[in-house]
Write a protein that binds this ligand. Sequence first.
Ligand SMILES: *[C@@H]1O[C@H](CO)[C@@H](O)[C@H](O)[C@H]1NC(C)=O
Ligand SMILES: *[C@@H]1O[C@H](CO)[C@@H](O)[C@H](O)[C@H]1NC(C)=O
Ligand SMILES: *[C@@H]1O[C@H](CO)[C@@H](O)[C@H](O)[C@H]1NC(C)=O
Ligand SMILES: *[C@@H]1O[C@H](CO)[C@@H](O)[C@H](O)[C@H]1NC(C)=O
Length: 514
Amino acid sequence: MTLSWLLCLSLAVAAGPRGVLSDRPALVNDYGFDQEAYGLHPVQKYRTIDAEVPLLNVIQYEPKCDQSLYTMMAPRGGQTQKPQVTILDPDGHLVWTTHWKGQQLYNLMVQEYRGEKYLTFWAGDDTVGGHGAGKAYMLDKNYNTFRTINAANGRDLDLHDFRLTKDGTALLTVYELYDRNLAELGQDREAPVWDCIIQEVDLDTGEALFEWRAMLTYPLGASFKEVDEGKKMGWDYFHINSVDKDSRGNYLVSSRYMHSLTYINGTTGDVIWILGGKMNMFEDISGGNATSFQLQHDARWSPDEKTITIFDNKVDDWHLQDDGLITRGLRVQVDEKNMTVKLVTEYINPHRFHAKSQGSLQELPNGNVLLGFGDSAAFTEFSHDGVPLCDTHFAPENRYTKSDVESYRVYKYEWHGWPTTKPDAVLALDMTHKWNAYVSWNGATEVRKWVLQGSKGLNDTQEHWDNLDAALKKGFETSFEMKYWYPTYLRLVAKDSRSNILGVSEPLNTLGQK
Ligand SMILES: *[C@@H]1O[C@H](CO)[C@@H](O)[C@H](O)[C@H]1NC(C)=O
Ligand SMILES: *[C@@H]1O[C@H](CO)[C@@H](O)[C@H](O)[C@H]1NC(C)=O
Ligand SMILES: *[C@@H]1O[C@H](CO)[C@@H](O)[C@H](O)[C@H]1NC(C)=O
Ligand SMILES: *[C@@H]1O[C@H](CO)[C@@H](O)[C@H](O)[C@H]1NC(C)=O
């Protein structure tokens, strides 16, 4: 069986006639994929660039999924070579990928700042004890670094969230270690405890406009995290993992180990309410189903601010085997006058698997809801009212929770990029040992057509480029079969939908390679 799957795969991969993709489209409901038939981390490789990009297995597909958006992730984990941020098109073809000085990468997004769109992500050291110390980056549409953002007041910027606001500020998460007496837990000793801070930072001056810290509100005893689980690195009693700001100017904070959301007055810093956990202030009129979230991530107001969405992990390393607990997306409605909360919608993956760490929930512009399952390498798009529409794996399902391949979040956005690099072109043998010219252009979203041109020489008297062949761009890498009569030099020209030239590769010397 295994052999025939591999055979199918290699047939699909073999380079065919001109213009045929040399990278792999997503697999469709491939049973072998999820049984490790292609290894623990099935990847696409390219001839034109050195990259390792997840091969997708589409388990379920419906046209109602938003096919106009790109998928953004930051694959990492035990089976990955190098952390990377990666953008894939709706068919699973690479759009853009990069490493970042060997650092860990998290939270690739498209965000708006003063009317322009930017790619944003976090890079740094994620081994600080369940959080990070690094920087946030904003790249412009040419993939140039527009801003590098640190936390204010000399603190380390954590990896969990980075949100640009409509006011041109950034919301950040920060962790800070304190020695605390554990008397309130009935233990007569001091222990290092991680406090969590939100900062709203002015991007021009780098100054904090607002700060709120968990320890002033949450007693140690409100935590669900065992003190001893964090002995080495400090007790991560709160674990902030998302911060959001609404049109009223107030903040919404998610705490994994309090199992709670905190709504904070943006003017005074006072807590307005707490939803979930030991300090819950709401009556759950859904019989417990609205407040039962635990170890959750990515709590946001929905775009209309009428509901709150939450990625409800339910489990972690210590509670993986607990009966009946499955990860779900959750939409709840709070009534701040009556202090009641009700469940509006649950988003449950058909395979009902567990995300023991990380995870995301994003409401897409068309109202669909996208869940990224964190340490379980899958993302699932649901209709607004909770019907699973599209389900995609980017590593084998039978290894989920083993942290082989994970992505802190998976989001979908529209993005248009014009790299300042040249297209990457190489001459290489295809699988039938014929020479081909291969071309790709990392990050160039507007290329529709590649034109192969040839010239006898490269100096003033001989340089004259003739069109030899052309192909529509369909995947990341496009190939052209070489003809014996092609001249010595070849180059590849990228054209957009109106036939404007976007870029030209360096010339390739075909001597001995056709
Ligand atoms: C936040 O505090 C301000 C100033 O005290 C107050 O006017 C406002 O009503 C508060 N907002 C909420 C939602 O409590
Ligand atoms: C809570 O959810 C469970 C599982 O979906 C369901 O059986 C139960 O009826 C729900 N309770 C209420 C009060 O809605
Ligand atoms: C709030 O509670 C009151 C009294 O129980 C009830 O009449 C009213 O309908 C409730 N409001 C909402 C929005 O449910
Ligand atoms: C131009 O290049 C060709 C080969 O590519 C070479 O034979 C010729 O001498 C060159 N002419 C000059 C002026 O450099």
